[in-house]
Design a protein around this ligand. Sequence first.
Ligand SMILES: NC(=O)C1=CN([C@@H]2O[C@H](COP(=O)(O)OP(=O)(O)OC[C@H]3O[C@@H](n4cnc5c(N)ncnc54)[C@H](O)[C@@H]3O)[C@@H](O)[C@H]2O)[C@H](O)CC1
Ligand SMILES: [K+]
Length: 225
Amino acid sequence: MQLVTATEMQNIDNYTVETIGMPQDVLIERAAMSVIDVIGAGHFNLDHILVLAGLGNNGADGVAISRLLYAQGFNVSLQFVGNVTRAKDSVKRQLDIIEKYGLVRAEKSDFNEATLIIDAIFGTGLNNLLPEGLQKMIKAANHIEKTVIAVDTPTGIDATTGEVRGAALKAHTTVTFGYNKVGLTQRVGGYLSGNVIVKDIGLLTPQDFTFSLPDKENTPSVATS
Ligand SMILES: NC(=O)C1=CN([C@@H]2O[C@H](COP(=O)(O)OP(=O)(O)OC[C@H]3O[C@@H](n4cnc5c(N)ncnc54)[C@H](O)[C@@H]3O)[C@@H](O)[C@H]2O)[C@H](O)CC1
Ligand SMILES: [K+]
């Protein structure tokens, strides 16, 4: 299976949006629908779903996921992690939509009530240590061992190295888009990602794209005699 670094994934994202002209909101919708597929596969207690959303495109995925769940009648809470006024436009567009659906964001949610947590706080854009407050929240959440589905990457895991950026939310399952990320296969990332499911969301890879890692499955093995 071909593995990619965070930068390679972002380059493929940008190529699909900027060069091919695929609207970003279409990719976000397809990403959200691919996570709904996994949520609905029958392995999780869906009595009370808590979606945790960040301020970037990973958060936009989360808001779209909460809308799809709400529209299907699930008991879903959406809580933002961070100051929403600083969110990316992609998140604000999703917020405008869910407000018209009647889905109101929760100011503070009690982890204990949730039967399933959707982690859409940080994805491949994580580039530094997590803020202190978030580290504390993640350590507390890991302690109560709630079932978590991570969107694209577990929050706190560096998608390229698999290292923990201060703290990382342990996932039962990670739904990652386009290609599996190197950071989900090594170091702590390989352990905290849980069962990794790769979903095609319509990203297009440039013909001449050079991956930094070989595609293990399709690389002819040299016969060692
Ligand atoms: N690009 C696309 O077409 C699609 C991307 N998908 C999803 O997008 C995320 C990657 O989104 P991005 O906005 O680049 O970053 P994140 O959402 O992971 O991070 C948010 C934002 O936060 C800032 N940041 C990074 N590290 C820190 C930190 N330690 N403390 C505070 N703030 C931080 C930084 O500015 C980031 O931009 C990808 O994982 C997918 O989930 C869609 O799914 C498909 C379309
Ligand atoms: K995430």
